[in-house]
Design a protein around this ligand. Structure first.
Ligand SMILES: *Cc1c(COP(=O)(O)O)cnc(C)c1O
Length: 455
């Protein structure tokens, strides 16, 4: 057999519906709380921020939600994405395990993010919205939404975490190429940004701060809504095209994973690959081990508390129950900017509480080591975020070698690293540090968690 095996579905196999794991969970998700009253919110409370179609998806308990044809038409440009068998990596590791990866770097923005940017832009356009405001960490989400805005004719305004804005100028240029505007956050443009700058003039920013800025802009402009690239139920659901396709492709390979691995920042690409497999298991299918891999400098799933918290630093968003490091926690600057979020998607947090997934934290040098080993075997240079999933998958393959087990491992290669070459330059120069977060800062942020009666 040739050493590169690629499982391709034809475009008629693009999923017709997104999968909603809520329908198969043994318990309903905890309610979302209003930031002022701390009571469960109504759909109307979210209306200034999101179009009604997305609010309905956010609270839906239907197992499947139809993907509109205009969205499938845009998906068709890069979906179904390829699934590969990593034969050369298996050989390099000398493992009896089979390793497969689903590659989401084939989208125009180079990551999984357009899977949700496209439907979000579509529904906003349908409901007459003119402009979208959003935040971005490393710039992948900002560029994905800029692309989707260009497709559907929406203006896009992006607040980009300052440390990434400085480290990754090419992502900003990409957003501008697609017609979006991008400013460094914290900025002087919003109350939330000005407040932070007053207290911390040299703030390098965080996703929590950038979210506050974008939410404020949406809440104070009638023609503008907010778009979030991760965390929310509807975002996770849009990403399930990844796992649904992967099930069909594993079937072509006459195989099924024993272990599914993804990296987690806010939890969306992980959910995208994992939830369809977990759902199949919950409906009586084969049991899979599912592993979430996160950075040890921002370890929400492995170190965070499962508690109600704000999604942003300025406390403008509703409260959700999730694994959180505290909304005022600012992680140290490391290269996987897309994983620097203080919280975790409520649905990922819930499935961890239910014992349906495991989580692991890795330092960035360990992840880059795995990413470079992968690139040398398979040729694709991964995004720094994806290196966490690769680390997890390689560790599983090495475990199989130690135990002499012929297991099947599937991981999500959520994006390529072509815009992250500075991180690789630093890694090759031996300059990447495993900066630990400040334990005192973490303790202070955790002590600051809102007190909520509903717990
Ligand atoms: C944004 C991003 C992430 C982190 O977001 P999730 O919602 O956890 O998927 C990971 N990898 C890449 C390539 C990203 O662009």
């Amino acid at each position: 057999m040739s050493d590169t095996v690629k499982y391709l579905l034809d475009e008629t196999k693009i999923p017709k519906a997104w999968y909603n794991i809520v329908a198969d969970l043994p318990v309903p998700p905890p309610p979302v709380l209003h930031p002022g009253t701390l009571q469960p919110i109504g759909q109307g409370d979210l209306a200034p921020l999101f179009p009604m179609a997305l609010i309905m998806q956010e609270v839906s308990a239907e197992r499947y939600i139809d993907i509109p044809e205009p969205v499938r038409d845009v998906y068709r440009q890069w979906r179904p994405s390829p699934l590969y068998r990593a034969r050369r990596l298996e050989k390099a590791l000398d493992t009896p395990a089979k390793i497969y990866y689903k590659y989401e770097g084939v989208s125009p923005a180079g990551s999984h993010k357009p899977n949700t940017a496209v439907p979000q832009a579509f529904y906003n356009k349908e409901e007459g919205v003119k402009r979208l405001a959003t935040e971005t960490g490393a710039g992948q989400w900002g560029s994905a939404l800029a692309f989707a805005g260009a497709v559907f004719g929406l203006e896009v305004k992006v607040y980009m975490v300052k440390v990434s804005y400085q480290q990754k100028p090419y992502r900003k240029a990409l957003m501008e190429a697609w017609g979006a505007t991008c400013v460094a956050s914290p900025s002087e443009e919003t109350n939330a940004g000005r407040q932070i700058l007053k207290e911390h003039p040299h703030s390098t920013g965080s996703l929590g701060i950038a979210i506050s800025e974008a939410v404020e802009v949406a809440a104070t402009h009638d023609d503008t809504k907010y778009a979030l690239g991760s965390v929310l139920n509807h975002v996770l659901m849009h990403q399930t095209v990844i796992g649904q396709e992967a099930i069909a492709q594993m079937d072509m390979a006459d195989d099924y994973p024993d272990v599914v691995v993804g990296c987690t920042g806010g939890g969306s690409n992980f959910s995208g690959i994992a939830f369809p497999f977990i759902g199949a298991q919950l409906r009586g299918g084969k049991k899979v081990r599912v592993i979430a891999c996160e950075p040890s400098a921002c370890p929400s799933l492995t170190r965070g508390k499962y508690a109600y918290d704000f999604g942003d630093t300025g406390h403008l968003t509703p409260l959700v129950k999730m694994h959180t490091l505290g909304s005022t926690f600012v992680p140290p600057g490391f290269h996987a900017g897309g994983l620097r979020y203080h919280g975790m998607a409520p649905l990922v947090s819930l499935v961890q509480e239910l014992g349906l997934i495991e989580s692991r934290a890795y330092t960035q040098t360990k992840c880059f080591e795995a990413g470079v080993q992968f690139a040398r075997a398979e040729g694709i240079l991964p995004a720094p975020e994806a290196n966490h999933a690769i680390r997890g998958a390689i560790d599983e393959a090495l475990r199989c070698k130690r135990e002499g087990k012929k297991q099947t491992i599937l991981f999500n290669l959520c994006g390529h690293g072509h815009f992250d070459m500075q991180a690789y330059i630093d890694y090759f120069a031996g300059k990447l540090e495993d900066s630990a977060y400040d334990e005192k800062e973490l303790a202070a942020a955790m002590a600051d968690l809102p007190k909520v009666a509903a717990e």
